[in-house]
Design a protein around this ligand. Structure first.
Ligand code: IVH
Length: 679
């Protein structure tokens, strides 16, 4: 779909690294915190860009690529449970042509003749959160959220409070029914009204309300929330549910588990697209939020053969609805200052309803976006909410009206330091560094946050309080808070118990995970994935610092897999700043992060590179590549000295020749099949 930008390999590596970081961050916001910051459409665009780059540079696909991960690993207080079978995600499509392309891909993969019908089921894509229900000999024994696809969270007691879900079914053996836990639009509105009256958390949309209600340690909270369930698939099974998707879903419905009554078996592509239009037309009247239609190949033997690629099955597709839009007026433009000093403009709107939600803020991203829109206070704009989150301005409807232009500040609104954009960068940043209160606050917040050091009890509110008391300047001061223990006890909201709990939470982070520590430092472009890559290579933060300060620092860092020149430069800059070094030395002495231990599991083919060339006779090229990936290997497009194996079928030409010249091992398709069977 997306165009592959003309990029060098180094640029692509760098971009992929940044994408991994960004996608992981949004995964965490969405799955762990139920608080997404970007729209589904923007998230999808990041995932697509990642995939396009990986297709163009297969040698850069990392073991921890976002395309191989599913959502975020759960980090909440709920117990973790491995899924007997991975819980997958779906590829997205927006245009009818992409659906046609999906069917064509299925045909090609299965080597079906062009005239063969690919029967699909089509059903609403419910905007909730997926949940797997495990029944053993008729009893509900386990309910788990998706988590990262491999490991979910145990929500069994919570799910037992959902009336739609039977505690017992009439079926022997093991059956895992998977589906969506959701909240109806009416129940969501009523819940938010109650929450508002009680001063509780207001949920952004029904999906977040459902997630927040299900993922509770106290199932009593879940019981008080009106959750519903619709099945859309299954996991582990002792006995098949049918030979087609439609049949299997009917079996699930017959067990007393709700299945959408809009699920339809569509014989042709046109039938499927017509059903999409029908569901779209019914959307506003449906009692729950949906964001598209899901198609699945009906024949289960075909689903089996199609298998999956990375995080999504080849037999399924989500056809998303276009974003919902509305018109309103911009009544103000505010500037927020982030952790890295980035000045982000936020548009304040005359409140307007978009797809059932009242919107009063839009993100304007950066200075260029305001310029692109020619946006000024007083302009009328068309905004859109794609999916569920922060809306965006699509178009300025009055850009020709005579009005004073918006002047982007050249000084930080928080500390008055100069604000500049570096060459080639769109973002304007405050140059105040740690003298800027906004940056200091954001850095501390990031350091203590769940994804980084995860210090329980050190949230926004306490950080703001300790900053104003002058107890916190840099992160090292977190370990010095114990000196203020007695002064803190008795302040509003603090008792001896809560103070000691906070101090203990800080204490347990001494000697903690070095990757989270490094990520917590908030060095530009260094996300948790890069932090791990760096520590895998250098072992400790101290060794990383030494490398970054060496004469060939940038080269040493760029040599690390997953680290591009931009990241290397950011690290060199960070470690050359005397102030950072001082603060880091102070912090290392107190926090003493552990040395890095890799958790990667080794198999015979992990990390090996395989090239397929020539015609394969018993499988398609994609199927062969998928097999290689299942063995932990990388399927590359071209042969080099780094190639470990070339699988050559009839008609193999230059790649085979090159492999022979380089002395790379060559196998026939039959030999490959044996490798797969034996690995
Ligand atoms: S099929 C392997 N069917 O959408 C197939 N998913 O974007 C994955 N979802 O994780 C599930 N409605 O949580 C399927 N009718 C439906 C769905 C549906 C909502 C969710 C599900 C999935 C996500 C993928």
């Amino acid at each position: 779909m997306s165009d592959t930008p003309a990029m060098t390999e180094a640029e692509a590596a760098n971009r992929l690294m940044r994408l991994a970081k960004e996608i992981a961050r949004h995964d965490r916001l969405y799955h762990d915190r139920d608080a997404p910051e970007i729209s589904d459409a923007d998230y999808d665009a990041l995932v697509r860009e990642n995939r396009a780059l990986e297709d163009a540079f297969p040698q850069l696909v990392r073991a921890d690529s976002p395309s191989r991960r599913l959502g975020a690993a759960p980090t909440s207080a709920l117990a973790k449970v491995p899924h007997a079978k991975a819980m997958l995600s779906l590829d997205n499509a927006f245009a009818d042509e992409e659906v046609a392309e999906f069917v064509a891909r299925v045909r090609r993969f299965l080597s079906l003749p062009a005239e063969a019908e690919v029967v699909l089921t089509a059903e609403p894509k419910i905007d909730g959160l997926s949940c797997s229900l495990r029944y053993e000999d008729g009893a509900l024994v386990l309910a788990a959220t998706r988590g990262d696809g491999a490991v979910g969270e145990d929500v069994t007691p919570n799910v037992r409070t959902i009336a739609d879900i039977p505690q017992a079914i009439d079926r022997p053996g093991v059956i895992e029914v998977r589906g969506e836990v959701y909240m109806s639009k009416a129940d969501f509105a009523a819940l938010n009204a109650r929450q508002e009256a009680a001063g509780g958390k207001i949920f952004a949309n029904p999906r977040n309300a459902a997630a927040g209600s299900l993922r509770q340690k106290d199932a009593g909270v879940t019981a008080a929330r009106p959750l519903r369930f619709l099945a859309h698939g299954w996991g582990e099974l002792d006995a098949p549910l049918g030979t087609t998707q439609a049949e299997a879903m009917a079996t699930i419905a017959a067990l007393g588990i709700p299945v959408s009554d809009l699920l339809k078996r569509c014989v042709t592509l046109d039938d499927a697209l017509a059903h999409y239009r029908a569901i779209e037309a019914a959307r506003a009247e449906l009692p729950f939020d949906i964001d598209g239609v899901v198609y699945k190949v009906d024949r289960l033997d075909w689903q089996e053969r199609l298998g999956q690629v990375a995080r999504a099955p080849r037999w399924g597709l989500a056809h998303k609805f276009p974003a919902e839009q509305a018109e309103t007026e911009v009544v103000g433009i505010d500037i927020q200052v982030g952790r890295t000093g980035k000045l982000t403009p936020v548009g304040r709107l005359k409140p307007v309803g978009v797809g059932g939600v009242i919107v009063s803020n839009v993100t304007l991203h950066n200075r260029d976006e305001i310029a692109r829109l020619g946006l000024r206070v007083g302009d009328r704009v068309r905004i859109q909410r794609a999916g569920d989150v922060i809306p965006q301005v699509v178009e300025n409807l009055t850009r020709d009206a005579p009005r004073a232009p918006f002047v982007f500040p050249d000084h930080c609104p928080e500390c008055g330091s100069e604000a500049v954009a570096e060459e080639g960068e769109v973002d304007v940043r405050c140059t105040g560094g740690l003298i800027c209160p906004a940056q200091r606050f954001e850095r501390l917040r990031h350091f203590a946050s769940r994804g980084a050091m995860d210090i329980d009890g050190l949230g926004e509110k306490s950080i703001a309080e300790f900053l104003s008391l002058g107890w916190l300047h840099g992160p090292a001061d977190i370990w010095r808070l114990k000196a203020h223990r007695d002064k803190l006890v008795g302040r509003e909201g603090w008792q001896a118990v809560s103070v000691d709990k906070l101090l203990a939470a800080i204490d347990v982070r001494t000697g903690f995970d070095p990757a989270r520590f490094l990520f917590g430092l908030g060095i530009r472009h260094v996300g948790i994935v890069t932090a791990k890559d760096l520590l895998k290579a250098f072992g400790t933060v101290e060794a990383l610092e030494a490398a970054a300060r060496a004469e060939d620092g940038a080269a040493q860092l760029s040599a690390v897999e997953g680290v591009g020149p931009v990241v290397a430069e950011a690290l060199v800059d960070f470690f050359h700043e005397p102030h950072n070094r001082e603060e880091l030395a102070d912090l290392l002495a107190l926090a003493r992060p552990a040395a890095f231990v890799s958790s990667a599991r080794e198999t015979a083919w992990t990390g090996k590179t395989i090239v397929f060339t020539g015609t394969l006779e018993t499988m398609s090229r994609d199927e062969a590549k998928a097999q290689a990936e299942r063995l932990g290997a990388r399927a590359a497009g071209s042969v080099s000295a780094k190639t470990d194996l070339v699988v050559a079928g009839p008609g193999a030409g230059s790649k085979l020749k090159k492999a022979e010249e380089l002395g790379v091992r060559v196998a026939t398709e039959a030999e490959w099949a044996r490798i797969v069977a034996e690995s």
